[in-house]
Write a protein that binds this ligand. Structure first.
Ligand SMILES: Cc1cc2nc3c(=O)[nH]c(=O)nc-3n(C[C@H](O)[C@H](O)[C@H](O)COP(=O)(O)O)c2cc1C
Length: 158
């Protein structure tokens, strides 16, 4: 096994899109966290995965509710959302517009793209859980994606 800080540094060279994975707490309040470890899994059925830290506050909410939405962030305002949802402090949803689509998971009004999912499988993997969600609704909006690379935020420039 290599040193975790070396692993983090090397993986930081893999430029990634940034999402906020949202879900519902038992009392119906929204919860969510910034997640870059998201991946398309299957076309038939349509499956997507999100790797979520078991120590995060959002983790038990995803487990309990059985639903989550992947909200792909756009550059600009998306960076503010990435920073806010990347910490466990404060009321993350204050002033953030969202609505329910199919599963009831919060879909952010400012997302560049979103996938509304029902948890189909959960695999324990080290200190994270790989939640595999069946996509029940999804759509896109116009805009430019937010990227994360070597610990900093940037934008796609073709
Ligand atoms: C750019 C970025 C990417 C992140 N990617 C992940 C990820 O893929 N999985 C994860 O569990 N946490 C990831 N995090 C960390 C969580 O967003 C962070 O631990 C958050 O505080 C958890 O919030 P919660 O405890 O309220 O659920 C990422 C953070 C940032 C800033």
């Amino acid at each position: 096994m290599i040193d975790p800080s070396q692993f983090r540094r090397v993986m930081g060279h893999f430029a990634a899109g940034v999402t906020v994975v949202t879900t519902l707490r038992a009392d119906g309040a929204p919860a969510g966290l910034t997640v870059s470890a998201v991946c398309s899994v299957s076309l038939n059925p349509t499956l997507v995965l999100a790797c979520v830290d078991r120590g995060s506050e959002s983790h038990p909410a995803i487990r309990q509710s059985g639903v989550f939405a992947v909200n792909v962030l756009r550059e600009g305002e998306g960076e503010t959302l990435a920073r806010r949802f990347g910490t466990s402090d404060g009321d993350k949803f204050r002033g953030v517009g969202f609505h329910a689509e199919h599963t009831g998971a919060p879909v952010l009004d400012d997302a560049l793209a979103w996938l509304d999912c029902r948890v189909r499988d959960a695999h324990e993997a080290g200190d994270h859980t790989i939640f595999v969600g069946e996509v029940e609704a999804a759509d896109t909006r116009e805009g430019v994606p937010l990227l994360y690379y070597r610990g900093g935020y940037g934008r796609f420039a073709p």
